[in-house]
Design a protein around this ligand. Structure first.
Ligand code: COA
Length: 260
């Protein structure tokens, strides 16, 4: 891994941890973060030793407090549109062929909330605060918030968050289904690693097929989704991992998946 300026990438056995590292700016996403994170994702994608990715923010206070507002100055509609269309970080995460867990340790606002929404699972500290406050700047979410938040929590709650710009606490985010679990701040990392390690033991091919199949629920109609689920299910039957999984069950032992 190259030395990045705005992110840290650490590999803990089969789990990679990508940390947005601008704590003095509450980890706001500037263009450099986008470029570096996309480059890191490209590398992690092809590293077969990495089976699960965790995304988090540096410091005690913030996951990511949004797009870097200082970069909005002087932007024209055309440059802003081109910049956002080029910023493939959110889509890269959604299409990343391995499970991605957002470990939300604090402020999770605007582009930060959109970043978490592009991950597969969100685990939060009791201190986390969520919101899409763009409306307070006279703009709207541009990194997928209007679409992914609405699909996750429903139109009414999404509309309320986006139209008021109000922040919600972790317990409310849990009740909305925006986060999967909420933990005490000092437990968040251990609990996240525990889940990541559990997932990392599964067949990486089955994980990839499962992620793709679940994503289809929001992207296709039911007939197409069910049809493609069967294709992805059938692909698993071509793998050594499926042989290992079934054999291990019959032999009453734990499977060891090789990703083949
Ligand atoms: N873009 C750029 N800088 C940001 C930022 C963002 N989205 N969010 C925080 N920062 C910077 C602050 O400007 C400040 O920098 P400075 O020390 O050089 O002045 C530093 O991070 C600390 O933030 P500060 O506002 O002093 O912390 P706080 O605890 O008083 O408030 C927030 C925390 C999250 C409530 C507040 O920073 C905030 O509202 N941020 C913007 C959130 C937002 O609108 N996001 C959507 C953007 S589209």
């Amino acid at each position: 891994m190259p030395n990045y300026e705005t992110i840290l990438v650490e590999k803990r056995d089969a789990v990679a941890v990508l940390t947005i590292n601008r704590p003095d700016k509450l980890n706001a996403l500037n263009s450099k973060v986008h470029l570096e994170a996309v480059a890191a994702l490209d590398e992690l994608k092809s590293d077969s030793a990495v089976r699960v990715l965790i995304i988090t923010g540096a410091g005690e206070k913030s996951f990511v407090a949004g797009a870097d507002i200082s970069e909005f100055a002087g932007q024209t509609p055309v440059s802003q549109r081109a910049g956002f269309l080029e910023r493939t970080l959110f889509n890269s995460l959604e299409n990343f062929p391995k499970p991605v867990i957002a470990m939300v340790n604090g402020f999770c606002l605007g582009g930060g909330c959109e970043l978490a929404l592009a991950c597969d699972i969100r685990l939060a500290s009791e201190k986390a605060r969520f919101g899409q406050p763009e409306i307070n700047l006279g703009i709207i979410p541009g990194g997928g918030g209007t679409q992914r938040l609405t699909r996750l929590v429903g139109e009414g709650k999404s509309m309320e968050m986006i139209l008021t710009g109000d922040l919600i606490d972790a317990a409310t985010a849990f009740n909305l289904g925006l986060v999967n679990h909420v933990y005490a701040p000092n437990e968040l990392e251990a609990k996240t690693m525990e889940m990541a390690n559990k997932i990392a033991e599964k067949s990486p091919i089955a994980l990839q097929m499962a992620k793709e199949a679940v994503k289809l629920a929001a992207r296709s109609n039911l007939d197409e989704g069910l049809r493609r689920e069967i294709d992805l299910f059938a692909i698993c039957f071509s793998t050594e991992d499926k042989e290992e999984g079934v054999t291990a069950f019959l032999e009453k032992r734990k499977p060891v998946f090789q990703g083949k």
